[in-house]
Design a protein around this ligand. Structure first.
Ligand code: SIN
Ligand code: FE
Length: 296
């Protein structure tokens, strides 16, 4: 089924530090906060000639697949190689991290005081064949929610850049707006079991206590992925992001699936709901309205 209104909006920005007027910034933020994917077809993340050899899956540890850079401690995880190569690879991902954060600060300056740059990742493995279970299968439409990392409503904003050297696009499906999705699944979502959040935290299965919000987001993530009829018939569009482009979305809100592609950079940014231009559009507030109660 095709989507009536596209969830993907093209933006002609071609630099990582664009000049953006206040009006434009409000428009970009409003698009992101309504769950659109901002697609920047002219913005490429450039690899230097001596960095091109990193476009090879052999740099990633088969156990972790993604290579990640954590700005909190400056460490690289999931990579294999000698010291000099790992330093160069870290510098590459760190450059993407800085450019992606800089871009968000220019596009939505209102976020700058609130946002927290989290991990950046480099994904050298092909999407196809990556999943080990239906729950981890990101070729199925889902919103991002992570079992071990409760976020109590904090937003997940992500910047993606396709750097494939062979002309292969990263192909995504983008689904229906969050409110429609939440209304559809809310009646089926199970309630958290009394005491379960404390138990999961005590067992260190979760890094902090899982709120009702986190519980419902995980349920939503799982119910979407486990429903073949929904996967096939939900309103959706397919979009091929060619090499040399960038796209941005709130991945806790925008229903998405990655069908194919190889060699991607991704930066995650966390934003408190209070830092949004319009907090009422957050998944937290939408779910609270539907549930008729506070969820954090
Ligand atoms: C995802 O966030 O579900 C996967 C994105 C990608 O690897 O293209
Ligand atoms: Fe995802």
């Amino acid at each position: 089924m095709s989507a009536v209104v596209s969830q993907v909006v093209e933006v002609p920005i071609a630099t990582w530090s664009p000049e953006v007027s206040d009006d434009q910034a409000r428009r970009y933020a409003a698009l992101l906060e309504t769950g659109k994917v901002l697609y920047l077809p002219r913005l490429a993340f450039e690899l230097r000639p001596e960095e091109r050899h990193f476009l090879d899956p052999r740099w990633s540890d088969p156990k972790s697949k993604n290579i990640s850079y954590d700005p909190a401690d400056g460490r690289l995880k999931g990579a294999r190689g000698n010291d000099a190569d790992l330093r160069a690879l870290r510098a590459l991902i760190e450059r993407f991290h800085r450019q992606a954060l800089g871009l968000i600060q220019r596009l939505a300056p209102g976020y700058a005081a609130h946002l927290r740059g989290a991990r950046a990742s480099f994904r050298p493995q092909p999407v196809a064949g990556r999943a080990t279970s239906w729950r981890k299968d990101d070729t199925r439409l889902h919103v991002d929610a992570f079992p071990s990392r409760p976020n109590h409503g904090e937003r997940i904003l992500r910047v993606f850049a396709n750097v494939n050297p062979r002309g292969e696009p990263r192909v995504w499906r983008v689904g229906e707006p969050f409110e429609a999705l939440a209304r559809r699944f809310m009646p089926q979502l199970s309630k958290p079991l009394p005491g379960s959040a404390a138990l999961l935290a005590a067992l260190r299965i979760t890094k902090s206590r899982r709120s009702r919000y986190d519980h419902y987001m995980l349920e939503l993530h799982d119910r979407m992925k486990a429903d073949p009829d929904y996967q096939q018939h939900a309103p959706q569009e397919t979009i091929a992001f060619p090499p040399g482009c960038t796209w941005i979305c709130f991945s806790d809100q925008t229903s998405h699936a990655a069908l194919s592609g190889q060699y991607l950079f991704e930066q995650t940014v966390h934003l408190p709901v209070a830092g949004m231009y319009d907090p009422a559009r957050s998944p937290l507030r939408v779910l609270e309205r539907l549930a008729g109660r506070a969820l954090v």
